[in-house]
Ligand binder design. Sequence first.
Ligand SMILES: [Ca+2]
Ligand SMILES: [Ca+2]
Ligand SMILES: [Ca+2]
Length: 655
Amino acid sequence: MTRTRRLSALLLALAVSAVTPAFADTYLVYSEGGIPVNSDIFLWADCLYTPPNICDFAARVACETPEGGSSQGLFTNQWGGWGVFHQQDVDLSAYENGDVRFFVKTPFDLTVGIDCTENSAPASYSRLISQHGWVSDDPPTWQEITIPVCDLFPGGDCQPHLECLETIKAPFHVNRPDIVLAKDFAVDYIRWQSAISHAGASSVTVQGRQLLVNGEPFVVNGMAYAPLSIGENWQGAWRDRPDRYLVDFPLIAAGGSNAVRLYAPVLTTAMLDAAWAEGLYVIPTFGVGPDQLTCDAGKAFMQDRFLEMVEEWKDHPAILFWLVGNEVNINLGAADRCADWFPQLDSLAQAAHGVDSSHPVGTANAGVDHICEAGCSTDTVLPNVDLWGMQVYRGCQGLGSAFADYEAKTDCARPLIATEFGVDSWDSRVPGENQAMQATCFEDMLADASQALAVRTPGSVSSGQVVFEWLDEWWKASCVEPAEWTVQDTCTSFSNPAYAPQADTAMNEEWWGIATQVLGDPDARPVRAAYTTLGDAWLGSVCNLQVDAHDPASGDTTISFDPATGNAVNHNLYYGPLSAVSTHGYSGSVTGLGPTGPSVVTLPSGSLFWVVAAENGISEEGCYGTDSEGVERPCFSGNCEVDQIAGWNCLCMGP
Ligand SMILES: [Ca+2]
Ligand SMILES: [Ca+2]
Ligand SMILES: [Ca+2]
């Protein structure tokens, strides 16, 4: 009999950043998102080392699993157990009034506990799951166990043990009794939770193709966000990360974004508060494990977890809407798109509406082909889905065709949001970083996205877009084995001819960021040229107009304005009495303001309104802009026969 100590290779994350303790809400110990950064799983068991070795420590993948598709199993001869161990102690005292929660599937009683430090010595406290509602059953079924944190201590009293809660070494370990032969057990979704309360939801509704927030039209100008330092990957690091988001959120907001999209359901009050303080909404993505889609029990577990998330976070004002699944339509495993996935999506949406009337539900679909398929995913078939996300990589001028493809579908009247689009900044033709290439490509894509906005062009389909992505991620490319998470690889992950000729066709997975990272300086965020491109579009700076001086006696007025983008050769001013502004009652014009401001114009007396419109040498259009109904303003004398087209003379954004 040999006692073994085994470390799962998967969990040896090269985490180089300092751990920031989680202070509230949910501390995930074991989930589909991995284990906490800077921690490891240790297993101990008696194994028969003369073959066959009966031990099995593998993560089990099955449809009927409480969270995602995998759980941690353990099969040994007589005794064994496992636990999650921090490399440095973590302060979990914020959970003093909370619970430790997890699922078990076991034919025998288990001992569950924590390790910490008290009086400079190791301390350990544990309980039997039978003391917390576990009922023996064989064959075993999954049961959820909730242990109040203070019940871990003698007498259920935390007070003498606050030092322990401040120095948690193992936030969870489990042991099977040393009596039974050759049986196994499994555990899933281990977390510490504390009660939370939030200020109240923002009211987000869908009206036609538009999103309304508190009754006002809202266009999503979002940023895909993963709070990862160099040396981390998606597993384990996505926790409450104020060290990341307190640096990122102000920059993202200053760049014109009004939302961040997250790729995991993991939320914290502190993170949402930080976003809200910057005026950013948050779009969480609930992870869908395809393994759970192939049986009713798996689907039911998925719904339980989704509702848990909705109920926990719906009352925070930063929540914008719920995205369920990321590109599930092309990552189905053994599940069927029309028989399993889309019906489940509709069920989840319906369930969410039952507990949350303030937020729409949609999914982030890969491409547009599988949206509104007849008999599968039309509005009639999926009556509870509120909006569609599409993720499109059709090149610099291909976003427009994606919107058009959606618009052409039948039984398909919901708002569409480009939940991912972008271009990487590594130009394999150089080879080298090419910020101008990325920025120019974004100009084209943003023009397409703007033109598709329902608030901008009546009949259009879009209610916004999310750029992929805020920061380069250095773990993504598999250029060499093992992957080098502290090297920014330049290899080509795959080729996408759609990006030619404006950009290279090599997709360089570690270069998609609008900002990049600096090895050894985790707070550095050098922004690329595309940051300014996005800001120009989303902050509406190109159409700024101001009065610099005015002489009431002569009517001479000095105005300055940002010229229209593109090939504007002249600008003209149209004015009318303020009393006629609602009917666009222009009464005169001043032409020849030139390609740029400022200009001195002579205006009639009285209170006036005016607009400045651009000419490209052929015709005039543009900065008449759209009114509050999203309808393009009429022009003065019928000489602007070219409809307002973003990317033509003028980029009047900011509906
Ligand atoms: Ca799991
Ligand atoms: Ca590239
Ligand atoms: Ca790398």
